[in-house]
Design a protein around this ligand. Structure first.
Ligand code: GLA
Length: 361
């Protein structure tokens, strides 16, 4: 399908263990931006962007084979849900009823529910179809998460769309509706290395996050419920700052996650025009501006990666080989009444848009 010089094509890629076919979609524009995504976990397997000299490189970490994504414990490139990030002890109460979710992680020895549980949205095959609109082409994924899946109440109809635009953007749109009260928090878990997925670490990248405050965590990476200012701390990214500059500073909030792994409270701003975050690789000149409608952004500096993660082309992804900028609601919101609500009720619509705009400097 061709429209306004942006194309979307679909090809057979692999198959699930039960034989269901798994597809790979390729979105491309004439400016050299290309996104490949599969219907397994809505996973973005590659994102190719030109550097300041026009040289294209794949700037997201990932694997070559579906089997590696199935075994993927690092959430490379996928959509995470029904609730992205952590829920303390895998428990929350909604309308007086307590729900128990799978506890599939234990940071700091404290069990929690992480990224949707044992078989989250990232480990499911989604329905998919190519889509086009003026100035953009994309792919639409849909799945119905059944009542009780991973312990969550209510059927949830989820649509995720990836659009490549003629403004060199990848636009991600999330939509969900339910038939019983539930909680929803969806995000995209791409690991970026704007120098190239196989170019070492992200410590030299310059990062800006439009946040004056963050939600500090306990040793289990669960928010304490407080808001603290970033001013005067290693978390002050209000102006572009080199990621590696303060990453190993003596600060409890860095030690719990072995580096950056925190939710930033995004400032009030014009969300169409003012990015939630910007990321720049000074060597290649690649620049990413991220626009988001969510109240929070998790900055995770890939601290849990180690060279046992063999990625695309056989490349081992060392610690901090990539970083994630996860547009999200605050972690553990179902257990913090004063956090922006993540409750979705029948008749309401969950909506979230994130725009990744690429350029060079
Ligand atoms: C998120 C979390 C991290 C880690 C990664 C996956 O970014 O905040 O603590 O769980 O996902 O490895």
């Amino acid at each position: 399908m061709q429209r306004d010089q942006i194309s979307v094509s679909a090809a057979a890629w692999d198959q699930m263990r039960d034989g269901r076919p798994v597809r790979l979609y390729t979105l491309a524009n004439r400016a050299g931006l290309q996104v490949c995504a599969t219907d397994y976990g809505c996973t973005i397997v590659s994102l190719t962007a030109p550097d300041r000299d026009g040289q294209p490189t794949d700037v997201v970490l990932g694997y070559d084979r579906l089997a590696d994504y199935m075994a993927n414990s690092a959430y490379m490139g996928c959509v995470v849900g029904r609730y992205a990030n952590r829920i303390a002890a895998g428990r929350f109460t909604l309308d007086g009823r307590t729900y128990t979710l799978a506890t599939n992680s234990a940071s700091g020895g404290l069990p929690c529910h992480l990224h949707g549980g044992r078989v989250g949205f990232d480990k499911r095959l989604w329905e998919s179809e190519p889509v086009t609109e003026a100035g953009a082409a994309g792919v639409r994924f849909h799945r119905r998460s059944p009542d009780g899946e991973e312990g969550y109440p209510g059927n949830l109809d989820v649509t995720v769309e990836y659009w490549l635009t003629d403004r060199n953007e990848l636009r991600v749109e999330y939509d969900a509706t339910c038939d019983a009260p539930t909680v929803v928090n969806l995000t995209q878990h791409m690991y970026f290395n704007l120098g190239g997925h196989d170019r070492g670490t992200i410590l030299d990248h310059e990062l800006m996050i439009a946040a004056e405050r963050l939600t500090p965590v306990n040793a289990g990476l669960i928010p304490t419920g407080e808001y603290v200012p970033v001013a005067g701390t290693p978390f002050d990214f209000r102006t572009p700052t080199v990621v590696g500059l303060r990453i190993d500073a003596e600060h409890a909030q860095l030690q719990y996650g072995g580096g950056y792994d925190l939710n930033f409270v995004l400032d009030q701003r014009d969300i169409q025009r003012q990015p939630a975050a910007t990321l720049c690789d000074p060597t290649s000149g690649r620049r990413l501006e991220l626009f988001a409608t969510t109240p929070g952004l998790q900055f995770y500096s890939g601290n849990f990666l180690d060279s046992s993660h063999i990625g695309k082309g056989g490349h081992p992804y060392q610690r901090r080989a990539g970083l994630c900028l996860e547009t999200q609601h605050y972690p553990d919101s179902p257990n913090h009444a004063h956090f922006p609500s993540t409750v979705l009720r029948p008749g309401q619509q969950y909506r979230h848009t994130a725009v990744y705009r690429f350029s060079t400097r």
